[in-house]
Design a protein around this ligand. Structure first.
Ligand SMILES: Cc1ncc(COP(=O)(O)O)c(C=O)c1O
Length: 397
């Protein structure tokens, strides 16, 4: 007989904490698999490729060479230097290693940026639909979430006019994400320029989530930090998870003005102490080593994009835009006559295809579902057949 547990009394702030639907759907799908069901996984947002071998070998070497101890909270100077050099070259702006903070995955940068800069009641603009952790973290840290939309008829690009209308005296931060999860939309250079001009002298921070910036299929990545006067108010969030298929390594970074970087170092000292030293050493190899692996993965994603967009557009009830970046499609499913949740549930239970309801990315995702095409072309084709069969039987459109 175990002792009776008293009721768990949580701090109030825990009621403001959200979650990430992808992990929940993955667990549901795995339960179905245990019961013998065949499920095709199009729910999870991580490259299905193994981490490139030269990066794995660098980590092995680092382990053998004794990189198994604490490192400075803001990261190893060598990696901060490599990140500064890499981003500086890609964006064409000067970046000093003291402006780089290394974290276990990129997610902590979101949390730390909000913790460090947003006071209770401050407004934070964020994309809805958007990565669910934005809204969760804004709420958790006491900010007031102010959603902006990403209209499908603008290819899910931001409507700068709408964002500007939503700016108020209380706006403390704007979160941008390009290329965007879940829509695959990407900010055009003209939109970013317009935003930069409009922000002008306003005292507003921008958290620019650029984690998919190397997974752009068309055009060039544009970052607000590239525009005059914007670098010092922009926090660039980026990392190794998506670019180098390193989701499980937990290695990411933020780039921001030096005084804020020092504060983030304090947040690291108070939470993680530091990021694992041998993974940081592998990160240097990822950035400075051969980049052919990044191009090869992007080209494979491009081929998959073609298959999934064409396939979905042939299924009655689904209308799918061609994403400009990342590895997600966000088809409109309003013609099915069912809610996003109903469609995602039915696809898992009845068609054996795991995907996410658009509403897992906020209320603005109603009318859509998200498929990740981080799966093989064979599996994507099988999934399309299952969805088509399901639609023909259940929707009768
Ligand atoms: C838009 C976006 N930002 C950040 C992250 C987090 O990246 P990491 O795994 O490096 O923490 C993700 C992961 O799914 C993402 O989709």
């Amino acid at each position: 007989m175990g002792a009776t547990l008293t009721k768990l009394r949580l701090a109030d702030r825990m009621s403001r904490l959200g979650t990430e639907g992808a992990f929940e759907v993955m667990m549901r799908a795995q339960r179905l698999e245990k019961l013998g069901r065949d499920i095709i996984h199009l729910e999870i947002g991580e490259p299905d490729f193994p981490t490139p071998l030269h990066i794995v070998e660098a980590a092995e070497r680092a382990l053998r060479d004794g990189w198994t101890h604490y490192s400075p909270p803001a990261g190893l100077p060598q990696l901060r230097e490599a990140v500064a050099e890499d981003t500086s070259r890609r964006l064409g702006i000067p970046i000093d290693p003291s402006e780089v903070v290394i974290t276990p995955g990129a997610k902590p940068i979101m949390f730390f940026a909000l913790l460090a800069l947003v006071q209770p009641g401050d407004e934070v603009l964020y994309p809805n639909p958007g990565f669910p952790i934005y809204e969760s973290m804004i709420e958790f840290t006491g900010g007031r979430p102010v959603p902006y939309s990403l209209p499908e008829d603008r290819e899910f690009d931001i409507d700068v006019g709408e964002v500007l209308e939503k700016l108020s005296e209380r706006t403390r931060m704007i979160i941008l994400n390009s290329p965007h999860n879940p829509t695959g939309g990407a900010l055009g250079r003209e939109e970013v320029a317009q935003l930069a001009r409009a922000l002008g002298e306003r005292d507003v921070w921008v958290l620019s989530d650029e984690i998919y910036s190397r997974l752009l299929f068309e055009g060039e990545h544009a970052s607000l930090a590239q525009f005059p006067g914007m670098k010092d108010r922009t926090i660039i969030l980026n990392g190794f998870s998506k670019t180098y298929a390193m989701t499980g390594w937990r290695l990411g970074y933020g780039i921001m003005r030096r005084d804020l970087a020092e504060q983030m170092g304090r947040l690291m000292a108070n939470s993680n102490s530091c990021t694992a030293s041998f993974t940081q050493m592998a990160g240097i190899e990822a950035l400075r080593g051969d980049q052919a692996c990044v191009e090869a993965m992007r080209e494979e994603f491009r081929r998959r994009r073609q298959v999934i967009v064409e396939g979905l557009n042939q299924i009655p009830g689904f209308r799918c835009h061609r994403p400009r970046g990342a590895f997600y499609v966000f088809p409109n499913i309003t013609a099915t006559g069912r809610s996003s949740h109903e469609v995602a549930d039915a696809l898992l239970e009845e068609a054996g295809v795991a995907c996410l309801s658009g509403t897992a990315f906020g209320a603005g995702g109603e009318g859509y579902v998200r498929f990740s095409f981080a799966n093989s072309i064979d599996n994507i084709r099988r999934a399309l057949e299952c969805i088509e069969g399901w639609a023909a039987k259940q929707l009768r459109l």
